[in-house]
Design a binder for this molecule. Structure first.
Ligand code: S3P
Length: 425
């Protein structure tokens, strides 16, 4: 379905964004493995996390919707059962990789698959270390792509140095480590989102963190516990940038997660001259939560520090939208991982910037964007929720048509109404 957004002269208002996608996936999994009933409050209910709820239900957990919340009756660490059918992970990379870690520890057979995008994404990054731990895993292309067939069982802990900075791989190994003899240690090349570690602490699971090394070991049964999910910073990022690039705008986002492993974008936008304020006001079940306020700003191009990218990996499309409106050139390095997200995001960003009349150069792992504004055009999401939303924002001041706008459903079903609600026309 096409969505036509008329030119928007200004944006104003205060809003909340839906629950954090990364935290919701993990909370559902850890609640499913707990003993007793946990309530997951203000979770994300969208395509990706509904896939997680469905997969866990097929494995025996009871997950019930209670208004905006979820109630999860856990089956305990050893209570999952073999599913009667293939487990469909839809579009969700976090689901397929993290649940592979859980299933590696189960003495039964599982098949994991997903949509065309997910089946094209690399799975060897979890398959290789999980095999080292003792899981038997096969899949297309020698186990590099889904569908994956897993037979889990007795695992042994390993020490593993991640070849790429990936919270999904780190988390898959920590989850498998809960079922493994001995210690499991994961070392990361750069800090990545640490929601799994925070949730392990919340549920009282074994965890030791020493610099970039994280360790766990076999877990004893643990009790269910309620959890409040913060607003998703990655969803807030669209409105932050929308306010910065639209004249006479001011937007405040309340109740948003401000975990420092996620907020690299705030640092880059500040360097670009953004009028931004934010404050952590509370700690909610181990996650820092607060507000962010953004006002229209004259942005200037920057060279982004490559070390910041892992802390803003999902915000690069919306950073590119901001760069299109900045004065001068923005160089964004360290983007190899963006080639294997829900789409090839380096290519999708370049393509959509060109559609909006922006000059852009793309290399294997970098983008260089000539700022100065955009002209009305067509956004092509390329089957990727974040590309749809980032470039809708990019074209907002001049008006834009977004093809296949329903892709936003994957992480933010109410995105279009929320954007509409802020527009002053
Ligand atoms: C996520 C980690 C990141 C991110 C993804 C969510 C997670 O992926 O891009 O949207 O919840 O762990 P990688 O671990 O592949 O970098």
């Amino acid at each position: 379905m096409d969505r036509v957004l008329p030119p928007t002269p200004s944006l104003s208002g205060t809003l909340r964004v839906p629950g954090d996608k990364s935290v919701t996936h993990r909370a559902l999994m850890l609640a499913a493995l707990a003993e007793g009933t946990s309530r997951i409050l203000h979770p994300l209910k969208a395509g990706d996390t509904r896939s997680t709820a469905r997969v866990l239900a097929a494995l025996g957990a009871e997950i019930v919707e209670e208004g905006p919340h979820y109630r999860v009756r856990g089956v305990g660490l050893h209570g999952l059962r073999e599913a009667a059918d293939v487990l469909d992970c839809g579009n969700a990379g976090t689901l397929i990789r993290l649940v592979s870690g859980v299933l590696a520890g189960q003495d039964f057979f599982s098949v994991l698959t997903g949509d065309a995008s997910l089946r094209a994404r690399p799975m060897d990054r979890v398959v290789v270390p999980l095999r080292q731990m003792g899981a038997r895993i096969d899949g297309r292309d020698g186990g590099r792509r889904a569908p994956l067939a897993l037979r889990g069982g007795r695992l042994k802990g390993i020490r593993y140095s991640l070849p790429v900075a990936s919270a999904q791989v780190k988390s898959a190994l920590l989850l498998a480590g809960l079922f493994a003899e001995g210690e499991t240690e994961v070392e990361e090349p750069a800090p990545t989102r640490d929601h799994t570690e925070r949730l392990f602490r919340h549920y009282g699971l074994p965890l030791e963190v020493e610099g970039r090394r994280v360790r766990t070991h076999i877990a004893a049964p643990y009790p269910a516990k309620d959890l409040v999910v913060p607003g998703d910073f990655s969803s807030a990022a669209f409105f932050i940038v929308a306010a910065l690039i639209t004249p006479e705008s001011e937007v405040t986002i309340d109740g948003v997660g401000l975990n420092p492993t996620r907020t690299g974008l705030l640092q880059v936008l500040t360097e670009m001259g953004a009028d931004l304020e934010w404050r952590v006001t509370e700690g909610q079940d181990g996650e820092p939560v607060g507000w962010v306020r953004a006002r229209s700003s004259r942005l200037r191009g920057v060279r982004v520090d490559p070390e910041l990218i892992p802390r803003m990996v999902d915000e690069v499309p919306v950073l590119a939208a901001a760069a299109a409106w900045a004065e001068g050139t923005t160089h964004i390095p360290n983007l190899a991982e963006l080639r294997v997200k829900e789409s090839d995001r380096v290519q999708a960003i370049a393509h959509n910037l060109e559609n909006l009349g922006v000059r852009v150069a793309a290399g294997a792992d970098w983008l260089e964007i000539q700022g100065g504004g955009v002209r009305p055009g067509v956004v092509e999401p390329m089957h990727d929720h974040r590309i749809a939303m980032a470039f809708a924002v990019c074209g907002l001041p001049v008006g834009v048509t977004v093809k296949d706008a329903e892709w936003a459903e994957i992480s933010f079903p109410d995105f279009w109404n929320t954007l509409e609600g802020l527009a002053c026309r």
